[in-house]
Write a protein that binds this ligand. Structure first.
Ligand code: THU
Length: 139
């Protein structure tokens, strides 16, 4: 996992965050062992802003990936070289994760440094979430 955490910290350096000055990096691990990275990309119109996690997911899905094991997230004030706190994923990103992951198995790592992190399952972060199986579940 250390290389996944390092990839998230490295991706954070690419953050385009002139409005919030809050830089986020993410590194997404596929079932096949590949890592896709992402950063937040802000916009002068604000709402088109894309979070780091979704950037990583959309890059991976657009390359044909569908199975994911874990994501590492590193975020904090851009002036800090390393995050000063654990950065939890926003609700929209949690929902995107639920689309492509088994929530009880998918791990979300909140990373401050390669040796300082917290680990959650997606079920812990999005309990009773709506997912593709919600559309087909019978009573
Ligand atoms: N941000 C992320 O990239 N991921 C999250 O899960 C939380 C928020 C970004 C969006 C925006 O560019 C900045 O952090 C401040 O909200």
């Amino acid at each position: 996992m250390k290389s996944l955490f390092e990839a998230a910290l490295e991706a954070r350096k690419q953050a385009y965050a002139p409005y919030s000055a809050f830089a986020v990096g993410a590194a997404l691990l596929t079932a096949g062992g590949k890592i896709y990275t992402g950063c937040n990309i802000e916009n002068a119109a604000y709402s088109p802003t894309n979070c780091a996690e979704r950037t990583a997911f959309f890059k991976a899905v657009s390359e044909g990936e569908r199975d994911f094991m874990a994501i590492a997230i590193a975020g904090g004030p851009a002036e800090e070289i390393q995050p000063v706190d654990y950065c939890p994923p926003c609700g929209v990103c949690r929902q995107v994760m639920a689309e492509f992951c088994l929530p009880a198995e998918f791990c979300v790592y909140l990373v401050k440094s390669p040796l300082d992190y917290r680990r959650f399952t997606l079920t812990q972060l999005l309990p009773e979430g709506f997912s593709p199986s919600s559309l087909t579940k019978k009573k």
